[in-house]
Write a protein that binds this ligand. Structure first.
Ligand code: AMP
Ligand code: GLY
Length: 420
């Protein structure tokens, strides 16, 4: 008999997880909390917020859930995995101790120092620091300032404007007590998702996100406006360096602790002009929208892979990847990322038009009282395609996107441009 899985979250990433799990013969039933209008297609949505730890535990018990897959970071930082494991429910997603890798930039820096992993040098500044002197010391490059709290993508400012830097530093010290200033790393970014447990790890093909709102990497930072996989910036030799210098040392470091890391370690990379990789950030979950383009390239049963990682059996698994390319384009609401206008009708996003090559992941969608599909978030949906070449995947995604209407919406027209 197949397994019952509970997926926690309600964005495009969770829709992508549900799609992959539903195609897994090891999975019988999918429950989602809270889900969105798209996840309904794959299982049962439950009106329990991802932040409601007690509600999630009750849900897992009531439905005799065999394992839980946690999409977002916040419940992991709040100890959801610890609570589930305490009642013998395996969890894909690390315990609180390791979730700090995303929850605290300083914790992540210390872990990298301990593991000998290359990352930008940094200063910690607090109310006693001569901030002007710190800024002067790094004034030959943009200042990279990072809050040391979970900030939902709004915790980092990269700027050459001294006034903006000073204001962000001041505000952060007032609210958090301290803030990090780090060396600016020039280069090209890529994301490597590493599925990990006590027994070993599996690197999924590297992908590239597009974090700025507008074409040509301009405009404000967003959660991610599109992605593609594999990312050719990670050549075979760079991949080898990432393994030797980053992934393996981190696995050794994390494995030395009393609690194993079980879930996905998202390694945000900067590749410099010499082809040397540095860690920009760790996340303790799948990226969104990286998840949408990475899962479809996994050959075989994704449910088995995630269950294996939740149960420390990864080392016994043989995971391979399709020789194909995936590309996803995010459709965002008017005003996103500053202040998204929600509640508008979405036309042309019917899942009956999904094919094996092109499909929609819902993110900020819901149904109104009449059953119409409406927008309910900043990032509304993403169109993903998979094909034998990246330009084919791009064409398929943009063709499908052209048939979707949402008043005032915007999307990038250049997803994948660095590789195409
Ligand atoms: P983070 O939340 O740490 O990923 O930072 C958000 C974004 O800021 C990253 O995706 C990078 O584009 C940029 N960034 C962060 N740290 C650095 C750095 N040290 N050098 C250059 N860019 C950075
Ligand atoms: N796409 C970036 C992230 O998930 O953090």
């Amino acid at each position: 008999m197949g397994r019952r899985v509970l997926v926690v979250g309600g964005g495009g990433r969770e829709h992508a997880l549900c799609r992959a799990l539903s195609a897994s013969s090891s999975i019988d039933e999918i429950h989602i909390a809270p889900g969105n209008a798209g996840t309904l297609h794959y299982g049962t949505n439950h009106d329990v917020a991802a932040s409601n730890i007690e509600g999630l535990l009750a849900l897992a018990g009531d439905h005799e859930i065999d394992f839980v897959v946690v999409g977002p970071e916040a419940p992991l930082c709040d100890g959801l995995a610890d609570r589930l494991i305490a009642v013998n429910i395996p969890c894909f997603g690390p315990q609180r101790l390791h979730a700090e890798l995303e929850g605290s930039k300083l914790f992540a820096k210390k872990a990298m120092d301990a593991a000998g992993v290359p990352t930008a040098e940094y200063d910690v500044m607090d109310a006693t620091t001569d901030v002007d002197a710190c800024l002067d010391a790094r004034s030959h490059e943009p200042w990279v300032i990072k809050r040391d709290v979970l900030a939902g993508g709004k915790g980092v400012v990269v700027t050459s404007n001294r006034q903006e830097a000073l204001e962000f530093i001041d505000k952060s010290i007032q609210s958090d007590g301290h803030v990090l200033l780090e060396r600016f790393l020039p280069g090209e970014e890529a994301s490597m998702l590493v599925v990990m447990d006590k027994s070993g790890y599996v690197c999924l093909p590297a992908s590239q996100d597009h974090k700025r709102a507008y074409d040509g990497d301009t405009g404000p930072n967003t959660g991610g406006m599109g992605a593609y996989c594999p990312a050719p910036v990670i050549t075979e030799s760079i991949h080898e360096k990432v393994l030797q210098r980053i992934v393996h040392p981190m696995f050794t470091h994390l494995s030395s602790m009393h609690v194993p890391y079980r879930g996905v370690l998202y390694v945000g990379l900067m590749i410099d002009a010499k082809g040397d990789p540095y860690v920009v950030e760790f996340n303790v979950r799948f990226g969104d929208p990286e998840c949408q383009v990475t899962l479809p390239l996994i050959e075989g049963d994704v449910g088995e892979l995630l269950f294996g990682a939740a149960n420390d059996t990864l080392a016994t698994m043989d995971v391979s990847f399709k020789e194909q390319h995936a590309l996803t384009v995010v459709l965002a609401s008017e005003g996103y990322p500053q202040s998204a206008i929600k509640g508008r009708n979405i036309l042309g996003a019917d899942s009956s038009q999904d094919t094996a090559a092109t499909w929609i992941s819902h993110a900020g969608t819901t149904h109104d009282a009449k059953g119409n599909l409406i927008s309910s978030g900043g990032r509304v949906l993403a169109v993903t395609s998979i094909a034998d070449s990246l330009d084919k995947a791009r064409d398929l995604s943009y063709q499908r996107l052209a048939n979707i209407t949402l008043e005032g919406s915007h999307h990038r027209t250049d997803i994948g441009y660095r590789a195409l």
